[in-house]
Ligand binder design. Structure first.
Ligand SMILES: NC(=O)CC[C@H](N)C(=O)O
Length: 202
């Protein structure tokens, strides 16, 4: 891609504004996307954090779920944070019975996985492919990735608090990127820059 990429933020629900700011800081042209017509005009999309059950319902109501799946199948780069990660998962655990996802990443994601006593926490995260030291991970009722298919690259893991098992918190499959945590809340734009580079490489 030769010109500055235009990246939409799915603006049905969630922390849309923070992603618009982070994308602009990462040198993309950022705009909110609610409708299929708006989706057709962007090169790539961020699905923000929020509440995946509500986001799923609104995506169906706004007739944007089908177009989202089509763009993902056609190779549009998408970055999902937290609820956005859930939206990109082919399979979810602890979802609502009628909850649909866009899908695209061959992974199983467990909603609200980090548990009650730990509903929100912060941690330094080593993120594969990012220079400049660990990313500051802000986790808010965050999901983790419980299983991944062979096409999925694990970019970051968090050591489990209660044992030797670590938890996957960032993944990439082709043009799809997902994190359990919220880089848009930290003022550190390296993950958004990483995504902008993915978009530019298409
Ligand atoms: N910060 C978030 O996006 C939380 C995600 C939320 N727990 C969900 O299931 O959608």
């Amino acid at each position: 891609m030769s010109s500055t990429p235009v990246i939409g933020v799915l603006a049905l629900q969630g922390d849309v504004r923070e992603h618009l700011v982070a994308l602009a800081a990462a040198d993309a042209i950022a705009r909110p996307v609610r409708r299929a017509e708006e989706l057709a005009e962007v090169d790539a999309l961020v699905i923000p954090g929020g509440e995946s059950t509500t986001m799923s319902k609104l995506a169906l109501q706004f007739d944007v779920m089908g177009p989202l799946r089509e763009r993902v199948a056609a190779g549009m780069p998408v970055y999902g944070t937290c609820a956005g990660m859930i939206m990109l998962a082919d399979k979810i655990l602890d979802g609502r019975e009628d909850q649909e996802t866009v899908g695209g990443i061959d992974m199983t994601v467990r909603r609200n996985a980090f548990g009650r006593q730990n509903e929100s926490f912060e941690s330094g995260i080593d993120f594969k492919g990012l220079d400049g030291g660990p990313v500051h991970g802000v986790f808010i009722r965050a999901p983790w990735v419980e299983a991944v298919g062979t096409a999925v690259e694990v970019l970051a893991e968090l050591p489990a608090a209660d044992g030797p098992e670590s938890r996957i918190v960032a993944v990439r499959q082709g043009n799809l990127l997902a994190t359990s945590f919220h880089p848009e809340l930290t003022g550190d734009h390296r993950v958004h820059e990483y995504f902008v580079r993915m978009v530019e490489a298409v």
